[in-house]
Design a protein around this ligand. Structure first.
Ligand code: GUN
Length: 283
């Protein structure tokens, strides 16, 4: 049986350490880190994610402010971001995605001050990451790497296959794996003979958004399997992008869904918020 990579437990360890770091930061600077979160529109999944993020802030001593605009427009969203950019008491800004139709996501994300960009989605951070000198890195990819390192400390020379090429997960996780000296292949919806490529992987990172997409017989015996998918079935149950039961028979280590990557994304968000607070002037 494989090692089940318990993201919930690892996230708890990260949060315990972080709570001490936040306390020390407050004592030294007199500033309490503050995360501002904008939820635009009425995406039901976003409601849960945003609530969990705000709750987690409270657990480590970070102040949070959530603004929910069920009906809004681009002008209003840009104005809120600009206000937070200009507010010295705000350490970090997060605009929950997806944004409602008609709002230009790129325009909004690029307005966030890179020093307050807890998601690290700004091209400034993508550029630094691709040069191997990132200051802030996206939360989910960082969570994936932390879980991989739980399974294996040194991944030098291993073949990592990333399935999915989004700006949020696929591309940045590929960069992080490359920076950790893995040999990286990025697959996507147009990839020819995807199973044949996945079968070569020592590390699989599945970020497709399709329940059970990765089959058990695609998993090389002894591989590390990281499942980023969060798919809600008609029965309301969450499943990942990997056929877990079949993959677990062959993997060396595997993340469950829920309880794998998800909790780590939130823990990394909290770390990024403290990092942002550290790089603010906060005057
Ligand atoms: N929607 C899904 N994942 C994310 C994330 O990591 N950050 C933001 N802002 N929105 C998301």
């Amino acid at each position: 049986m494989p090692t089940v990579l318990d993201g919930k437990a690892l996230a708890q360890r990260v949060k315990t350490k972080l709570a001490a770091d936040v306390k020390e930061f407050i004592q030294k600077t007199g500033v309490t880190p503050k995360l501002c979160v904008l939820r635009a529109g009425d995406d039901p999944a976003s409601e849960v994610y945003v609530r969990n993020k705000a709750k987690a802030c409270g657990e480590v001593g970070i102040t949070s402010e959530v603004v929910h605009k069920p009906e809004t427009n681009e002008q209003e969203v840009l104005a809120i971001v600009k206000r937070w950019d200009d507010d010295a008491s705000v350490s970090g800004i997060l605009v929950q995605l997806p944004l409602p139709k008609g709002i230009d996501e790129r325009k909004v994300l690029e307005l966030i001050d890179p020093n307050k960009d807890v998601d690290a989605f700004h091209p400034h951070h993508a550029g630094l990451l691709s040069q191997g000198r990132a200051t802030l890195t996206p939360c989910t990819p960082r969570g994936c790497l932390a879980l991989i390192h739980e399974a294996q400390k040194d991944i030098t020379g291993l073949h990592a296959v990333v399935i999915g090429r989004s700006n949020i997960v696929g591309k940045p996780v590929a960069q992080l794996l490359l920076n950790a000296n893995a040999t990286v292949t990025v697959c996507h919806s147009k990839t020819k003979d995807l199973p044949a490529i996945v079968k070569q992987a020592d590390i699989i990172v599945a970020a497709i958004g399709k329940a059970g997409f990765v089959k058990g017989d695609w998993v090389k015996p002894g591989a590390i399997v990281i499942d980023v998918g969060i798919n809600r079935g008609q029965d309301g149950k969450l499943t990942g992008d990997v056929d877990y039961a079949a993959a677990a028979e062959r993997a060396k280590a595997i993340t469950p869904v829920p309880g794998g990557v998800g909790p780590m994304t939130i823990a990394m968000l909290l770390e990024n918020t403290l990092t942002c607070a550290r790089i603010q002037k906060h005057q």
